[in-house]
Design a protein around this ligand. Sequence first.
Ligand code: ADP
Length: 638
Amino acid sequence: MAGERVLVVDDAAENRDFVVNYILKPNGYEPLTACNGEEGLLIALRELPDLILLDMQMPKMDGLQVLEALHKEGCDLAIILMTFHGSEELAVQVFRMGVKDYVIKPFKVHELLDAMERALTEVRLRQERDTLTCRLEQSLSELNTLFSIGKSITALLDLEQLLNRLVEAAVYISGAEEGFLLLVDEETDELYVRAAQGIEEKTARTLRLQVQESVAGQVVCTGEPMIIGGQRLKIQTAYLVKSLINVPIKVQERVIGVLGVNNRLSDEPFGRHKLDMLSALADYAAIAIENARLFGAVKEERHKLETVLANTEDAVILVEESDAELVTLANQTARQAFEMGDDVTGRPLAEVAGNEVLIDLFHQARAGMEVARAEIFLLDGRTLNAHVTPISGVGRVAVMQDITHLKELDRMKSEFVSTVSHDLRSPLTSIKGFADLMPVAGTLNEQQLDFLAKIQRGVETITELISDLLDLGRIEAGVNLEMDLCDVGAIVEKVAQGQLSHATLKKQSLYWEIAPDLPPVLGNPLRLGQAVSNLVNNAVKYTPEGGQISISVAPADGQVVVAIKDSGIGIPPAKLPYVFDKFYRVQTQETENIVGSGLGLSIVKSIVEKHGGRIWARSQVGMGSVFTFVLPADSKET
Ligand code: ADP
């Protein structure tokens, strides 16, 4: 390859001239010459030529001594010996000292040229290998730096520390004199220094650059990286740089800052590769800043939520998703209500809250994966209305309102209603009695008979309503609720037989299936019959002609489960939670002409709950409804 520098060390001038003028120059090599060993050594050490052609026999310092001196200096240069016949043995000896080849004087031009080419090829290969190794080492070190920064980000280091490390890495990778990370202050439209290296602390602290007027600001505006090299550039007042790289820090396409490095002394421009590395670091910076922002936002939200929960009057308990039912959160109201103490987080619910109904409610919410509701009576006499909701990925949360005063109002209202109903009974009996006697007293015309029928129907409706109201009052108060061992299957069968004609009138099919070996239930057969009767009556009432109604009674886990299913009009999901409320009636086109007091289901609920059971409904508009209740089997019998 032309241009390689070859040093000829020979005391014989004609030899030097021959090699220089007939071999080196014509073949494009750049010759250097030395006329003795000492001079050869000096030039070799100073110029580090690509190849040395070294004469062996020289006065004062011979070739061997030159070699030894170079070896001692640790100088690993390619050398070809020029020697005479008879000194080959010596030549063999010097190969150990790194000599590549030898030629025997007098040599032919091509002999030396071939030897030179072989030696230089080896030199070139070695140089290439060294360059590659050096590049590889550099890339490896850059990758290691990036990797360790990446790891720091996922390790959620302190943002301050992390951004400083990022700038340090930017300076290290780019070999720059200074580095900085600027962030946009959106209020003032300025850039300020968030982290810096190589820049005076005071400058870094006070520096503010207008986005619209600065070089770094251009990167913010365009969103494109910038690389400038080789020219003297004034990037801000009294701040001269010769080369720089500025890359944008982007969060979801929005530039929030700039990562930059620059040189003020060195003219060395930055390469494209450095820009890529800096872009990668800027991406890390964006992730770290965004992580910190999100983390801060989450922390703030959590704090707000905690404050709201702590100050709410409702009792709130959050239990984690696993079966262990560990308490994640219990606010002050809940801790007081259930006398839980302060240190409840992470402990099993059953261990910290001794209330069976509450614990059971959490179990129900898990089993049913839907909201479970119940009233909880506290030891201090208060009543809480609790509902436990399963929340996917979070756990189950119980929210409980104190309804003690509502219960009291309800009691007073029931008392009032019961008194009034009672007092209404006597006048109603008279109205009915006299209305029944009217035809006996004299002949009535058709219109009078019609009016009389209306009076009788009206009186019947009011009497039914009053009897329902009185019933509800009695059931709630537990009056006449003597309990005995009952066969729920037999009770259901009797009711179903009784309703058969009612269903047949509407061309409906009514089936019932009663499992054998049902455990007995401790209950009041009349009231249980009333509950089933109300449910079957509703099923018939709210199912159009030709529909199907089925009743099933089956044992399950120490309970008896009764389900009444119909193919009727169904109940809209938003109304379903209220159907057990007193006087609640679903108002739709389908129910418009169906008469009822809105008390039937509250009576059923009351009866079931008085028996220690639970009732719920599932329904789909236009498809039908299922009302299910469970009663605990008598414990002595199971
Ligand atoms: P009502 O005297 O109005 O029937 P209930 O307390 O028995 O009062 O029922 C309350 C409301 O629930 C009813 O008005 C009706 O809208 C709805 N409902 C009850 N049972 C059914 C059912 N099987 N199918 C559809 N809707 C029903």
